[in-house]
Design a protein. Structure first.
Length: 57
């Protein structure tokens, strides 16, 4: 059985991690569409900036 490259393994685990994240959102009751599932997540800095703006308002 071929073992694959490190790059292929990283891509596989990233895909599985994303799939598990989407499944956990569905379990928690969030409405997750197919389009949303394919979107990139915002960076940590962008997320913090968003919540800082909300806290200042």
């Amino acid at each position: 059985m071929p073992t694959g490259t490190v790059k292929a393994k990283k891509a596989y685990f990233a895909k599985v991690r994303r799939k598990n994240y989407i499944a956990s959102l569905r379990i928690e009751g969030f409405d997750v569409t197919g389009h949303t599932a394919g979107d990139e997540l915002p960076s940590k800095a962008a997320t913090l900036a968003t919540y800082k703006r909300k806290a200042m308002a």
